[in-house]
Write a protein that binds this ligand. Structure first.
Ligand SMILES: *Cc1c(COP(=O)(O)O)cnc(C)c1O
Length: 428
């Protein structure tokens, strides 16, 4: 990379040439000792868009002024409020608008999807997932098996990473699917693995799962707002994600759910609620459930309007910037971070995340090889704490990983340089 010089001038020039540079000013950047932090935790909790407060205030004001009439009065009546975010979400995940809905939380949506899409029978009753999955996903799979009277030992296949750095080759996924193909009911896979930062070819995984006769679902918690997705074209049966990570919609924000168009009129079982009932007849208050076609049919309750409001501010920014431009910047930022680490910090930091941009998003997962006379976990903790004390905020994942995620909406090359300098100072 010939344009890579770890100087302030270099970082300033990179940032000045960045077509998305003005988006940073749309966010509240947290401060440390009076100065802006280098915030690399967008993979955990994205920063607050400045526009979020106005949308929240609008709801508070309407509630104060109009009370129950707020359901119907313009602007932004609450009755169809979730439709205000539908098109933006569909654009970010590459779906048709009728295939997505904002509702509940990620894990709740995963359970709702499992009720409809994990239907074990005598022949097909195995769930295939990654070993080392995010605990909530593993708990969801194990408890779903339990609810069907099936044991985890016999019915949950957890595929082990086959590469030395703890990542997967596609061949390993293909082999696992082939090995269990006659018993597979469901393949659940992440879009981006939370600990390693590895990104997967969703279309290929869906193709392999379907060829084996299984349903294929994705957990996109670390992929949405990070990578350009083509969920409809991927062919996945369903997907779930949250909006508080790269989507910057606030702690515990209302989550997202995708159900492929081919299931829009399904008669599969589902756990139903009145908000999933056909909209034309919902308020006749009849006893029989008639589902709304598409993803909307899985809604249970009228949505938490205050929880949805910040998502509108987030989607304003995502639709202005566009995922292709965000991805182009993200590849540069993360690519430069990687190159600087390799050139200047090779004896301190080992990069766990795959080197190929096609196999990663924003995040680099770093293992601390050593420094200051320490190795392994203690060196990792010491460096992590030193970074935090100097306003460089990544996050720590047990047992020994520091995650650094430059988010293209608000991070800069100056942030990346500051990270590299701070590690150099710690090492010295
Ligand atoms: C962040 C994350 C979750 C969190 O689940 P919630 O229901 O939003 O608390 C679950 N799974 C994965 C893979 C995650 O990255």
């Amino acid at each position: 990379m010939t344009d890579l010089h770890p100087t302030d001038d270099w970082a300033r020039a990179q940032d000045a040439a960045d077509p998305l540079r003005d988006f940073r000013a749309q966010f509240h950047i947290p401060r440390h000792d009076g100065a802006e932090m280098a915030y690399f935790c967008g993979n955990s909790l994205g920063l607050q868009p400045k526009g979020a407060r106005a949308y929240v205030d609008e709801v508070m004001d309407k509630w104060a002024r109009d009370a129950v009439e707020g359901h119907f009065l313009e602007p932004a009546p609450w009755m169809p409020y979730h439709e205000l975010v539908r098109d933006g979400i569909a654009q970010v995940v590459g779906a048709q608008p009728s295939e997505v809905v904002a509702m509940n939380s990620l894990t709740a949506n995963l359970h709702l999807m499992m009720v409809s899409f994990f239907r074990p029978d005598a022949q097909r009753n195995v769930i295939l997932m990654e070993a080392g999955a995010f605990p909530s996903d593993r708990h969801a799979m194990a408890s779903q098996l339990h609810a069907h009277g099936l044991s985890v030992d016999a019915h949950l296949v957890e595929v082990e990473p086959d590469r030395e750095d703890g990542t997967f080759s596609m061949a390993a996924i293909e082999r696992a699917i082939a090995e269990h193909r006659d018993r597979l009911a469901l393949v659940l896979w992440p879009g981006v693995q939370y600990r390693t930062g590895q990104a997967f070819d969703l279309k290929e995984i869906a193709r392999l799962g379907h060829a084996a006769g299984a349903i294929v679902g994705f957990d996109l918690a670390h992929a949405v707002g990070n990578l350009p997705l083509q969920l409809h074209d991927s062919g996945a049966d369903f997907a779930v994600w949250c909006h508080y990570k790269y989507m910057n919609s606030g702690p515990g924000a209302v989550a997202g759910c995708f159900v492929h168009e081919r299931h829009a009129h399904t008669d599969r079982p589902r756990f139903a609620g009145w908000w999933g009932h056909d909209q034309a007849t919902r308020f006749r208050m009849g006893p029989e459930f008639v589902p709304t076609p598409g993803a909307d049919g899985w809604q249970l309750s009228n949505p938490p309007i205050l929880g949805l409001a910040p998502l509108r501010a987030s989607l304003d920014l995502f639709t202005q910037a566009g995922m292709p431009a965000l991805r182009a910047k993200s590849e540069r930022l993360t690519g430069h971070l990687e190159a600087l680490i390799r050139a200047h910090l090779g004896d301190v930091l080992q990069i766990v995340t795959p080197a190929s941009p096609a196999e990663r998003g924003c995040q680099l997962s770093l293992r601390v090889a050593g420094g200051r006379g320490m190795t392994g976990r203690s060196a990792g903790r010491a460096l992590f704490e030193c970074l935090g004390a100097r306003g460089v905020l990544g996050d720590w994942r047990e047992p020994d990983v520091i995650r650094i995620s430059p988010a293209p909406l608000y991070n800069t090359h100056a942030d990346v340089l500051r990270f590299v300098r701070t590690v150099q100072e710690w090492q010295a």
